[in-house]
Design a protein around this ligand. Structure first.
Ligand SMILES: [Zn+2]
Length: 64
């Protein structure tokens, strides 16, 4: 049985962030911060899929 909750992963280092989402969680323009590599980006999250909206460091979202 799958856990109904999971931690969002950092698009940069792949580490777990402290943000927990559920299957039906929807995030829009959500600032995601990774405590591991101190990377912050803005993401959308819907139906189990995370999309990087904006990356302050690099301008190339999509490379996950
Ligand atoms: Zn990270």
């Amino acid at each position: 049985m799958n856990s109904p909750e999971e931690f969002l992963r950092c698009p940069r280092c792949g580490g777990k962030t402290r943000v927990r989402v559920r299957l039906r969680t929807v995030l829009k323009d959500f600032p995601l911060f990774c405590p591991k590599c101190r990377y912050e980006c803005v993401i959308d999250y819907e139906r189990g899929k995370m999309t990087t909206v904006k990356t302050p460091d690099r301008g190339d979202p999509g490379q996950i």
